[in-house]
Design a binder for this molecule. Structure first.
Ligand SMILES: C[S@@+](CC[C@H](N)C(=O)[O-])C[C@H]1O[C@@H](n2cnc3c(N)ncnc32)[C@H](O)[C@@H]1O
Ligand SMILES: [Zn+2]
Length: 410
C-alpha cells in the first residue's frame, strides 16, 4: 500500500512528516518531527516505535511477548480456526451486526496470516487492518504494522473501529480504548467481538499507570543518527525478547492463560468504556452451533474533544469524577440542610450578640445619665423653687428669671 495520506506518525502524530529512506537495501519511513524510524515490510509500513516498547513496564512487555509467541504458532498453523473466514457461521452473524458501508474502517488486531474478510469484503469506503505482528509475506489486504496503544491516525479521522476477538490481546486496554476515542470521529462506532468471564482469577492485573503512552521528545537527530539509534534499539529489543523467552515462567507471571493478560468482566468493562467516553448502544450474541456464545457489542463515542493529541488528559474520566462528586454532594444534602440550620442559628446568635452589645452600650449611657442626674436633678429643683418663689412674689420677669438661671449654672 505504501504511503497513505491518512497515516500519521504514531509517536508525535505529525502529519506529512515521513520521509522514505533506503538504507542497506532496507526501506524505512523516518519521521522528521520526532526521529521515529519505521521499517517497511513487503510494502507495508510497520508503525511500531521501539523506543516506547523499550521504555514500557518490562513485566507487562514480557507477558505480552510470551502471549504473542504462544499464539503465533497457532495462528500460523491453525488457519481454519481463524475468524477471518467469511464462510464461518459466527462470522456471518457478526457481519450482519455491522454497518460498514461507505465508512472509513480501522480493524485493530487484524492478524497477518489471513485476509480479515469480515471487514475487507464489506463495502467500506476505506479499510485499514492493523496488527503488531510483522508480516512474513506480502499482505493481500491493506495492512499496517501498529499497536493499539498508539495508533498512527489523526484525531477524529475514522468512522468505525473494529476489535474482532483482539481487545483481550493488547498490552494495555485503557490506552487502547483511549486511542479509539481519539481517532474516532464524533458519534463514531466501535464494534467489539468479545468474551466475558465472572472468574476473578481470569481478570488479570491491570497496570497502575497507562502503558505505551506517547512520549514525544522532539527531534534532535539527523536521519543518520535516527537510523543508528533505531538499529541500537532493535538490538536491545531483540535481546530483551530473547531474555524474556529464556525466563519463560517468570515472563508469564502476568498471564491468565497461554494467550491473555486478562479476560473481561462485563460490568467492569462497561464502566471502563464509559470512563473513556463510550456508551453501549447494542448488545448481541454470537451463537455457536455446538452451543455457547460470544458477545458482540456496538459502542458509540458520545464525548467529543477527548484525548486529543493522544495525551493522557482524561477529560471524560474527569467528567465522570465530577458526576460522582455531584452525586456525593447530593447525598450530602441532609447534612447540608443541618449546616444551613446551624448557620441560621449562628446568624441569630450573632444578631443576639449585637443586641447584647447595644444593651450594654445603652446600659453604659444610662449609667452616665444616672451619674449626671443628681446635678441635673438638683439644678432642676433649684429652677423650680426659683420659679415658685417668683410666682409667689407675683413677679414673672423674664430678665430676672434668666439672670437667676445664669447665676445658678455658671
Ligand atoms: C485472536 S487474534 C485475532 C485476529 C483477527 N482479528 C481474527 O479474528 O482472525 C488477536 C490479534 O490481536 C493482535 N494484538 C496483540 N496485541 C496487540 C496490540 N497491542 N495492538 C493491536 N493488536 C494486537 C495479535 O497480534 C493478534 O493478531
Ligand atoms: Zn514523529
Amino acid at each position: 500500500m505504501l504511503f497513505d495520506s491518512m497515516l500519521v506518525c504514531p509517536t508525535c502524530l505529525g502529519e506529512n512528516t515521513f520521509i522514505e529512506i533506503q538504507d542497506k537495501e532496507k526501506q524505512y519511513w523516518v519521521c522528521e518531527a520526532c526521529a521515529g524510524v519505521f521499517p517497511i515490510y513487503f510494502g507495508a509500513p510497520y508503525l511500531v516505535d521501539l523506543r516506547s516498547l523499550l521504555e514500557t513496564n518490562p513485566d507487562y512487555l514480557a507477558a505480552w511477548h510470551v502471549s504473542q509467541m504462544n499464539a503465533m504458532d497457532l495462528y500460523r498453523e491453525n488457519d481454519s480456526a481463524s475468524v477471518a473466514h467469511i464462510e464461518r457461521d459466527d462470522v456471518q452473524q457478526v457481519m450482519g451486526y455491522m454497518d460498514l458501508k461507505n465508512k472509513i474502517v480501522l480493524d485493530i488486531g487484524s492478524g497477518i496470516f489471513n485476509n480479515p474478510e469480515y471487514i475487507t469484503s464489506c463495502q467500506a469506503k476505506k479499510v485499514f487492518c492493523l496488527d503488531p505482528m510483522a508480516p512474513e509475506k506480502k499482505p493481500e489486504f491493506s495492512f499496517i504494522g501498529g499497536m493499539a496503544e498508539y495508533l498512527p491516525f489523526a484525531d477524529k479521522s475514522i468512522d468505525v473501529v473494529t476489535y474482532i476477538t483482539s481487545l483481550d490481546h493488547v498490552i494495555d486496554v485503557d490506552s487502547a480504548i483511549r486511542e479509539v476515542n481519539r481517532v474516532l470521529k464524533n458519534e463514531g462506532v466501535l464494534y467489539l467481538w468479545i468474551g466475558f468471564t465472572q472468574d476473578e482469577k481470569l481478570q488479570g492485573v491491570p497496570p497502575k499507570q497507562p502503558l505505551l503512552s506517547r512520549n514525544y521528545r522532539g527531534n534532535h537527530e539527523s536521519v543518520e543518527q535516527a537510523l543508528k539509534h533505531y538499529s541500537d534499539n532493535l538490538n536491545s529489543y531483540q535481546s530483551r525478547l530473547k531474555e524474556y523467552e529464556s525466563k519463560f515462567e517468570e515472563s508469564s507471571a502476568l498471564l491468565v492463560d497461554k494467550f491473555h493478560l486478562r479476560h473481561f468482566e462485563k460490568e467492569h468493562f462497561k464502566e471502563q468504556i464509559n470512563r473513556h467516553g463510550f456508551t453501549l448502544l447494542c448488545e448481541q450474541k454470537i451463537h455457536y452451533v455446538e452451543g455457547g456464545y460470544n458477545d458482540f457489542w456496538t459502542v458509540r463515542k458520545y464525548n467529543q474533544a477527548v484525548h486529543e493529541g493522544g495525551h493522557d488528559i482524561d477529560l471524560n474520566g474527569m467528567g465522570l469524577q465530577l458526576n460522582q462528586i455531584n452525586t456525593q454532594i447530593n447525598n450530602l444534602s441532609p447534612l447540608k440542610y443541618q449546616v444551613e440550620k446551624i448557620m441560621e442559628q449562628l446568624n441569630q446568635l450573632n444578631q443576639l450578640n449585637q443586641l447584647n452589645q447595644m444593651t450594654t452600650d445603652l446600659d453604659q449611657q444610662l449609667q452616665e445619665i444616672k451619674k449626671a442626674m443628681p446635678i441635673f436633678g438638683f439644678s432642676l429643683l433649684g429652677v423650680k423653687q426659683e420659679l415658685q418663689s417668683l410666682l409667689q412674689k407675683g413677679v414673672a420677669m423674664p430678665k430676672q428669671f434668666y439672670r437667676s438661671l445664669k447665676k445658678r449654672f455658671t
